[in-house]
Design a protein around this ligand. Sequence first.
Ligand SMILES: [Cu+2]
Length: 196
Amino acid sequence: MIVLLFLAIPSFQLLTAQLTPPENPDLTLKATGNQWYWSYEYEVGETPLSFDSLMMKEEDRASLGKEDKHEYPRLLAVDNEVVVPIGKTVRVLVTAADVIHAFAMPAFGVKIDAVPGRLNETWFKAEREGLYYGQCSELCGKDHAYMPIAIRVVSEDKYKTWLAAAATNVGDANKALMASIDGAAKTVDVAANAAQ
Ligand SMILES: [Cu+2]
């Protein structure tokens, strides 16, 4: 009992911290799990931006400009990444459209169930630019292993440019963003995924 008590106190504190943003979020994102991909919605402006994010097929590497297998690993790379600004508190609302999934991003310390009919809330604040990968973490059917999560953390300027372009065409916005990152000196490529 005594040992359990000592474990319980910090555990509950950590649980609360994981679910409560430390300040008013700068951006709210909604992630919806589907069999078998994620769809995202940005709460921005009058019309929310929304798009689907599917695992990249190997044959699409060239057309997506994602030939670099270190940066875009097989089974983790997606067609459309979530793009967020660095150093901002991002609230993530997580739900599912069909069965239970789970939104997990180990490098951000985020893992939360995506339950149909229920809106779970978590948050993160990315401190390094780069491309981060996570996976669905609740067995959700035959393609459970093939619905990765990819979040790209970029500077505020790049985020704003991307957001404006994404309103018309997400695919083109992503290509322009990738080009602007490749053009600049790459300080961080695939960041901190070793934390997994
Ligand atoms: Cu799943």
